[in-house]
Design a protein around this ligand. Structure first.
Ligand code: CA
Length: 484
């Protein structure tokens, strides 16, 4: 496999001969599901710039956040490692400075790139992250939609009181400065939008004023009854009502998509600026989100859970050096948030450190039928113990092991047919017709668990899950470990 990838990359390199280093812009939204863009099939939304980026670039149709929650996903994106190796998530622990030293922005800076970051940094443990970037418009924790409250972005507050457009202004200043310095640049913008608290920019109040959003076919409680009881023990279950997907769906979705619309505007501004400065032919743009959003599917709100709307996110890579015949191609193979860092490293011509779990996605820009990952782990060890799970997703199947058996719950396996039932309306785990597939997916799962056992972060409460998620260890031998 590695050999094949190497030869494909050779092909890639010859197609993309360039005497100068390529510039990289990585745009990350927060809680944006894959189905929130026109180019991903949503007919009710207006995302012209996102759609154009996809049409000009490559669209990844099976891109997963291997952990669907902000901090853990961001640590994975930065370092290319799965959560059990970064050791970083809410209630678990911080990202170590040694792991951060091998993150893509730091490695690029070390190699001579002019680096910038703006928006929600969202990873605990890095003291003064601003000292690790050449330009900084970021903030700790969740940051604010009110630009004035984001210390490093105050100079933009008067003109852009809502944070989304302020990050566009930051990006434009950064790009201009990088050009003056005559240095290759890597700019990472992590928008707060469309994360809660839902706070749209009033500039765009009219955009969805009269839009009616069609509900997905798996919307509502009635399409969640076949899912595990464990999945209903967290706050995602009550949020169907408390976040008003149940009774004000249109209003909630208008606001959600209005927030995404402002990001679309910024994307357009950035691309126009690149063109004006004649940097558009040598700047790669990558667009993704840290995790998805359930928006009422199966009667859930928020993210975390292993269902498509939560774990699958958009990923588009636009490389202007690609042959035009590649533009708009879709990749059906699996990719994950662990692949962002190695992709950026390879774009910059750097080697990929051994600690990284992901792979570079650049070969997929040339070979659109390529197999990237055969299986990816799906992880949650945050929130109430019952909702903790480990799963495995392949091109054709998704398998989840709900291992918690307390409070009268039974250990539950879920198996979804990703080719025929991507809405996950039927659990096939007990269907004798698919016994062979269950067996194969258990095997994939066991391999992910083996890696977890071997490589889990020594602290931050990841070790015990090697035992808790082991399918062969009975509940009686591990029940006490669930609550430490
Ligand atoms: Ca998020």
């Amino acid at each position: 496999m590695k050999k094949l990838l190497a030869s494909l990359f050779l092909l890639f390199s010859t197609q993309l001969i360039s005497s100068e280093k390529v510039n990289i812009i990585f745009l990350l939204s927060d809680d944006q599901s894959f189905d929130s863009m026109g180019i991903y099939g949503n007919k009710d939304v207006r995302t012209p710039e996102m759609d154009k980026l996809g049409r000009d670039g490559i669209i990844f149709d099976r891109h997963y956040a291997t952990t669907a929650i902000c901090m853990a996903s961001r640590a994975t994106i930065m370092t290319g490692m799965f959560e059990y190796k970064t050791g970083c998530n809410f209630t678990h622990g911080e990202l170590s400075s040694s792991a951060f030293s091998l993150s893509y922005p730091l490695l690029l800076q070390k190699s001579g790139y002019f680096t910038g970051f703006a928006g929600k940094f969202g990873i605990d443990g890095i003291e003064h992250p601003e000292t690790h970037f050449d330009r900084w418009g970021g903030g700790p924790g969740q940051t604010s939609y009110i630009t004035e409250r984001n210390k490093s972005m105050k100079k933009y507050a008067a003109k852009y009181p809502h944070s989304t457009l302020s990050y566009g202004a930051f990006a434009i200043d950064f790009i201009k400065e990088a050009q003056k310095l005559n240095k290759p640049f890597c700019l990472s913008i992590s928008f707060k939008a469309p994360h809660k608290p839902a706070t749209p920019d009033p500039n765009f109040d009219s955009i969805y004023k009269d839009t009616h959003f069609e509900k997905p076919a798996n919307y509502g409680y009635e399409h969640g009854q076949h899912l595990s009881e464990q999945s209903r023990q967290g706050r995602q279950y009550e949020r169907f009502e408390t976040w008003n997907y149940s009774d004000k769906y249109q209003e909630v979705m208008r606001i959600y998509h209005q927030q995404i619309y402002a990001i679309d505007i910024v994307l357009g501004q950035i691309r126009s600026q690149l063109k004006e400065l004649k940097l558009d032919k040598n700047t790669v743009i990558i667009y993704s989100s840290d995790n998805g959003f359930l928006c009422g599917s199966h009667g859930y709100g928020s993210k975390v859970l292993p269902y498509e709307e939560s774990m699958r996110v958009p990923l588009m890579i636009y490389d202007p050096r690609l042959d035009p015949s590649s533009q708009g191609k879709r990749i059906s193979s699996l990719s994950g948030n662990c692949d962002i860092a190695p992709t950026i490293l390879e774009l910059a011509g750097l080697s990929i450190p051994n600690n990284i779990d992901g792979i570079s996605l650049l070969p997929a820009l040339i070979d659109h039928k390529i197999t990237l990952h055969k299986s990816l782990p799906l992880i949650n060890v945050w929130g109430p113990p019952a909702t903790h799970f480990l799963g495995a997703v392949s091109k054709d199947w998704k398998y989840i092991n709900w291992a918690y058996e307390g409070k009268g719950m039974k250990k539950t396996e879920s198996l979804f047919n990703m080719q025929k039932d991507s809405l996950e309306l039927k659990n096939e785990a007990l269907n004798p017709e698919y016994a062979k597939q269950v067996k194969q997916m258990r095997k994939n799962y066991d391999q992910h668990l083996k890696a977890w056992k071997n490589e889990a972060h020594p602290e931050n409460d990841y070790q015990r899950f090697g035992k808790l998620f082991d399918r062969n260890i009975p509940w009686s031998e591990k029940s006490a470990l669930w609550t430490k």
